[in-house]
Design a protein around this ligand. Structure first.
Ligand code: SF4
Length: 239
């Protein structure tokens, strides 16, 4: 395992951390834990930055309004989520499957599934995101308002944090929500990398469909690359 020192300048000052990478070939999804380390370090710097200015982060365990948004997962992260779910008990795995099926059924019934599959962007995409939140469909991985795969949650979830009153987060289209600044968009970097690794596939998948997607594409579980190249590619993609 090789250690790669990283130093990134941010409005909060330089952030230094160490990423790890294999010299040899690994499955491409092994990049994700390193991406998560990077995203967590950046969001920690962001949280410290706003806290020093009198705005503490108001997110708390058990507050999961944001887990009712349409979360986009990169294919790389879908594999990590699938691994995390397969580490749950059989009962929990079945419960995830049941909850995901219920969400998908509701999306089909409302016509939202079709819009999501169409990958709408711009104003139409915003309308889909808004309609999804209005449905208040909890993420299939949410149990008693707590993420059941917290350590493996995607960057889309990791990069969310607010300093405003948490009650605003449950209000659709609230203008009162004040989000933490994202100094380095690791989700966007993973999206770019996923697009180059899996050009035939969507670079983002709606979270409720993500685990089923990995099962539909077992051939992608053998896509490998040099670990060091993957991490260097990640750092380049964040630039
Ligand atoms: S993966 Fe976890 S943190 Fe993200 S939306 Fe689902 S329950 Fe919430």
């Amino acid at each position: 395992m090789t250690e790669l020192p990283v130093r990134i300048n941010t409005p909060a000052g330089p952030v230094e951390l160490m990423l790890e990478a294999e010299e040899g070939a690994v499955h491409v999804s092994t990049l994700v834990p390193q991406a998560h380390t990077l995203a967590d370090a950046m969001m920690k710097a962001s949280a410290d930055f706003v806290e020093q200015r009198g705005f503490p982060v108001s997110c708390r365990v058990g507050c999961a309004a944001c887990c009712r948004h349409l979360v986009a997962v990169t294919p790389l992260e879908a594999f990590i989520l699938a691994d995390a779910v397969s580490a749950l008990s059989t009962e929990e795995q079945e419960a995830v499957k049941t909850r995901a099926a219920a969400v998908i059924e509701r999306l089909e019934a409302t016509g939202l599934a079709q819009s999501i599959r169409a990958g709408l962007v711009g104003e139409q995409g915003k309308a889909v995101v808004k309609a999804y939140f209005a449905e208040q469909l909890a993420c299939p991985l949410l149990v008693d308002e707590v993420c059941s795969v917290y350590k493996a949650r995607p960057t889309g979830c990791r990069q969310l944090g607010v300093v405003s009153d948490p009650s605003h987060c449950a209000v659709p289209d609230s203008t009162q929500v004040q989000r933490l600044p994202v100094f380095v968009d690791v989700q966007r970097a993973l999206t770019r990398i996923s697009a180059s690794l899996f050009p035939e596939h969507p670079s983002q998948i709606p979270l409720p469909l993500a685990i089923a997607w990995t099962q539909e594409h077992p051939e992608l579980k053998t896509v490998g690359a040099r670990g060091v190249d993957l991490v260097k590619g990640l750092l380049q993609a964040t630039g």
